[in-house]
Design a protein around this ligand. Structure first.
Ligand code: ADP
Ligand code: ZN
Length: 218
């Protein structure tokens, strides 16, 4: 099964991707994590991406498309994958379709996370991320067992520099610019499933599992 997770920053895509990847053995492909990894490694690509990420702007399509093609090739032949944070605009969605065609792949579900503004701001401002494995936590909703320490790898937690009020506002603006086009695009393909992302993580996860079981994708 191949999935796309769509929705505003802070809607919980990364959290659900982690749960689904552990629960169903799917490969988690997050463009945000890949870019942050490049940044950490100090690659040219990472340095270039940083200027966009810090402002909450999209990294140029040509760069992320190349990255995603490489990751999809790595994931091909496995159980399936979850695209988290890609596509983010119509050009990326169309490129993705071309990549799928070339490699004879298809998308089963596009899950659209609908979240209120209040939820988004609350989640992003309390989010803490592991410096080592990029696992996400939340100060109130999903606190780590030990303060500031990752449950999974023992790494130190930090607040993403783009999780500040100013950049959050811009990320939302950038998201809203393309969101409706992407939603229409996948609705027309009859792939879209909307989930209320204001529910807590466990409830959203249960809704998704039930959906996959009851409505077999075309
Ligand atoms: P969020 O969805 O919470 O904003 P991400 O970790 O998915 O966080 O993305 C962080 C930043 O990485 C984005 O603001 C953007 O600069 C860049 N980025 C991630 N995915 C893409 C993409 N598909 N296209 C362009 N830029 C991207
Ligand atoms: Zn970790």
């Amino acid at each position: 099964m191949n999935l796309i997770l769509l929705g505003p920053p802070g809607a919980g895509k990364g959290t659900q991707a982690k749960l689904l990847s552990e629960g169903l053995g799917l490969w988690h492909i997050s463009t945000g994590d890949i870019l942050r990894e490049e940044l950490k490694a100090g690659s040219d690509l990472g340095c270039l991406a940083k200027t966009f990420i810090d402002k909450g702007e999209l990294v140029p399509d040509s760069l992320v498309i190349k990255l995603i093609e490489k990751k999809i090739l790595e994931a091909k032949g496995k159980n399936g994958f979850i695209l988290d944070g890609f596509p983010r605009n119509l050009a990326q969605a169309k490129s993705l379709d071309s990549i799928f065609k070339i490699y004879n792949l298809s998308i089963d579900w596009v899950i659209y996370f609908e979240a209120s503004q209040k939820t988004i701001v609350q989640r992003l401002s309390g989010r803490r991320v592991c410096k080592v494995c990029f696992a996400n936590f939340h100060l109130n909703n999903m606190p780590p067992k030990k303060e500031n320490i990752c449950d999974y790898c023992g790494g130190e937690l930090y607040q993403r520099p783009d999780d500040n009020e100013e950049t959050i506002k811009n990320r939302l603006r950038v998201y809203l610019k393309s969101a409706s086009l992407l939603i229409d695009y996948y609705e027309k393909q009859k792939k879209l499933f909307k989930v209320n992302a204001d529910f807590n993580a466990e409830k959203v996860y249960q809704i998704l599992l039930k959906t996959f079981e009851e409505k077999k994708p075309n």
